[in-house]
Write a protein that binds this ligand. Sequence first.
Ligand SMILES: [Zn+2]
Length: 164
Amino acid sequence: MSMVQQLPHYICGHHHPLEAYQQADDHSQTLCWSAMTLPCPNCCTQIVQTLDLNPQVYVNLQQLSSSLTAFVIEVSEVSQPLDGVLSLTGYVQRAASIDELHPGGDIFDLPNAVWRKEYWFDNDTEPMHVVALLRHLKQEMRWLETYLPQGMRAIHFADFVGTA
Ligand SMILES: [Zn+2]
């Protein structure tokens, strides 16, 4: 019980979830901590639902140049406070990607913008390091789904905004 009392609060007054310490790795703990200045995942989900939004997450592998590939995460239908959560954890607003070879560029159409984050790696990277990066990404998705009204069902692998 004293452990729970010592856990820090989100801005809505709810405690930082104990599971963040018990189950998560360093990466998702960092994500949890960085979003402490915003409402907790439950409150965030409720706010998003009252706005009648249904954010979806698209995770893909994209070829960015002849030497670089990236794991790319794009989140659609984002408003406050989810935009704040994404912004604090390294996402920026971009146009939605079309496919694996055509990453979205600058935003010209704000209502259809997505929030995007990229994890780059060199094409020569050893497979074991790419697998480690993939684990990192899975941890991040486990954390992000707690902010989504549809939870894990809103996370799509190898699909794009326009094709899912
Ligand atoms: Zn809350």
